[in-house]
Design a protein around this ligand. Sequence first.
Ligand code: CP
Ligand code: NVA
Length: 300
Amino acid sequence: MPRNFLRISDIDKEDFEHLFRRSAELKAAKKAARTTPTLAGKSIALIFEKLSTRTRVSFEVAINDLGANALYLNPNDLQLGRGETVEDTAKVLSSYLDGVILRLFEQEKLEEFAKHSTIPVINALTDIGHPTQIVADLFTIKERGLDVGDMKLAFIGDGNNVANSFIGAAAILGFKLAIATPRGYEPDFSSLGVSGEGVEVTNDPDEAVSGADVIYTDVWVSMGQEEGTDKRMKMFKPYQVNAGLLAKASKDALVMHCLPAHRGEEITAEVADGPRSIIFDQAENKLHAGKAILEMFMKD
Ligand code: CP
Ligand code: NVA
């Protein structure tokens, strides 16, 4: 049975520690232009139903840097796009490839693919989770000298896929997590299969950022949610990460965003591009953490 990375709960604390260590090594190796081709000879496909800049490009470069061959497959160019089953696709691709990275709408479809696949499957974002993002983000926080077992992260905005993966990570690593969302946009703990015990869920952003070491936000309208845009814009307005909100957090609080950002909506330009923002470190670290993840799940 291959080892898959479908949810954050597929890794444990030791795995996290290994991934942080290895991400740092791979980052240093990249800077020194001496990355070892640890996945030489392998072929790894990326199948993305949703748009992507960071995840797609960083994984493609990571695969190439590690000596493997990357294949980007638009699902509409595959027979999958005209009705071939996920099961048959997974079986056939397993006979050609050594691993697959999937960005799909439905988590169930991802699970179905993994069920019939004999090669490792990595979740590159679904409607309910973004586990590889959270590995890169926590590595970025650690790089800044914070203890990911003993810090407070305030997530402000939509209790959706990115927030969900932080819930999973907090349960494993033990950091304090406060999530502030408008009423009706709280995380759905039942779909995550976790109790959420220890996670502070509030509708008050000021309360969430109080004492926070990290303030994190994400778009108000995720891919696939465009129909509800007008309502979301009104509901989320008080949840903007701006200078006023930052003033209520600890003086050194870092600001994070998985990107893409909509300046003027979930975050102001002043904050996104200000001195406390580490959004581009996060984006860069997707490359280094992505390599550590590929090695963990796809190396022999
Ligand atoms: N953060 C992130 O996953 O970005 P992309 O949608 O550009 O991959
Ligand atoms: N929540 C966002 C994350 C994008 C990386 C989305 O699903 O569109």
